[in-house]
Write a protein that binds this ligand. Structure first.
Ligand code: SAM
Length: 310
C-alpha cells in the first residue's frame, strides 16, 4: 500500500478495493467518485487494453484533474455528474459492467481549500457544495432556515446531542447579522456547545450534518446503489467505502436486503427461498490496518463492503 497523495488526496483502502473490484482485466468498470483519481489509476494499472473505465465526479475541480491527468489514456473517460445518475452516465453499459466503486464523502482538496467552505478551522465562504454549478450554498440555506429544521439536520445527519440549543443560537445570530464565513459559524457552534468531545472540534458534527444536507448525500447514495446494481453483469462486484455510520448503515441495509429474500406470510404458494436475490455478500466488512491509519489518519473511520451480482 502506498501513501502517495495525488492532487492532495490520499486514497483510502486503495489496494483492497481494487483487488475486490477487478475480476475481468478487459471489463468495463465505473469509479463513481473520481476525487483525485488514486483509485482510478490503481484500477487502470490492473486492466488490459480491452478494458474501459468510466469515472464520475460532481466536482468540477475533480473533473478538470481527470481530464488533464488521463488525457492520453484511451481506456478512461470522465463524466461530470451526480452518481445518482449513474445509469444515464453509463449510457449503453446496462447489464455489462464488471464492477462499480464508490469511495464516499469528500476529498481532501475539498476539505482543505478554505474557499470551498467545508472547513471549521480555515475561514471560507459558507458554501459546502461539492458541485458549485448547482444547488444552493450553505449561506442561502442558513439565511432562511428555522430552528426546527436546523435542529433536525444537526440531529439526523450529525447525531449531535445538543442539536436544539446550537440550532437556536445559530438562527438567533443569523437574525441579527449575516454570517461572515465558516470560522464565525464554527465559533457560534462552539460557544453554544456545552460538552466538547476529546480530540474533536465541537463543530465537527454540525459541519458534517450541514454538508450532508446541502449535498443531499444520503438520498443520492440510496438512489445510486439501486441504479448501480442494474448496470452490473452476473459475477460483477460493487465495492463501497464509507466514512461514517449513516452512510455505512445505508450500504449495509441495502446489501442485506438485496442478498436475502423478504420474509413471506405463511400459506403463500411461493416460498421465501424461491424469491430471487440480486446480490451476494463477499467477505466481511473490511477496515484499514494500523499501517494505513498511521500514514493517513483520515482512513480511521473507513469501512469497505463488497457484494457480487448474482
Ligand atoms: C473520497 S473522494 C474520492 C477519492 C478518490 N477515490 C481518490 O482516490 O482520489 C469522494 C469524491 O466523490 C465525489 N462525490 C461525492 N458525492 C458525489 C455524488 N453524489 N456524485 C458524484 N460524485 C460525488 C466528491 O466530489 C469527491 O471528489
Amino acid at each position: 500500500m502506498t501513501a502517495a497523495a495525488f492532487g492532495g488526496h490520499i486514497s483510502v483502502l486503495k489496494d483492497p478495493a481494487t483487488q475486490a473490484l477487478v475480476g475481468d482485466r478487459n471489463g468495463m468498470y465505473i469509479d463513481a467518485t473520481y476525487g483525485r483519481g488514486g483509485h482510478s489509476a490503481n484500477i487502470l494499472a490492473q486492466l488490459d487494453k480491452g478494458a474501459s473505465l468510466l469515472a464520475i465526479d460532481r466536482d468540477v475541480d475533480a473533473v478538470a484533474d481527470a481530464s488533464a491527468r488521463f488525457a492520453d489514456e484511451p481506456r478512461f473517460r470522465i463524466a461530470h455528474g451526480n452518481y445518482s445518475q449513474i445509469a444515464e452516465l453509463a449510457g449503453d453499459w446496462r447489464g455489462q459492467v464488471a464492477g462499480v466503486l464508490f469511495d464516499l464523502g469528500v476529498s481532501s482538496p475539498q476539505l482543505d481549500q478554505a474557499q470551498r467552505g467545508f472547513s471549521f478551522d480555515r475561514d471560507g465562504p459558507l458554501d459546502m457544495r461539492m458541485d458549485v454549478t448547482s444547488g444552493q450554498p450553505l449561506s442561502a440555506w442558513l439565511a432562511t432556515v428555522d430552528v426546527q429544521t436546523l435542529t433536525d439536520v444537526f440531529r439526523d445527519y450529525g447525531e449531535e446531542r445538543y442539536a436544539k440549543r446550537i440550532a437556536r443560537r445559530v438562527v438567533e445570530h443569523v437574525a441579527s447579522a449575516p454570517l461572515t464565513g465558516t470560522l464565525e459559524l464554527a465559533e457560534i457552534i462552539k460557544a453554544a456547545h456545552p460538552r466538547w468531545e476529546k480530540h474533536k472540534h465541537p463543530a465537527t458534527r454540525c459541519f458534517q450534518a450541514m454538508r450532508i444536507y446541502i449535498n443531499g448525500e444520503l438520498d443520492h447514495l440510496q438512489t445510486a446503489l439501486e441504479a448501480a446494481v442494474g448496470l452490473l453483469r452476473p459475477g460483477a462486484r460493487i465495492v463501497v467505502i464509507s466514512f461514517h455510520s449513516l452512510e455505512d448503515r445505508i450500504v449495509k441495509r441495502f446489501f442485506r436486503a438485496e442478498s436475502s429474500a423478504p420474509e413471506l406470510p405463511r400459506g403463500l404458494p411461493v416460498q421465501q427461498q424461491d424469491l430471487p436475490c440480486r446480490l451476494k455478500l463477499v467477505g466481511k466488512a473490511a477496515k484499514p490496518d494500523q499501517a494505513e491509519v498511521g500514514v493517513n489518519p483520515r482512513a480511521r473511520s473507513s469501512i469497505m463492503r463488497v457484494a457480487e451480482k448474482l
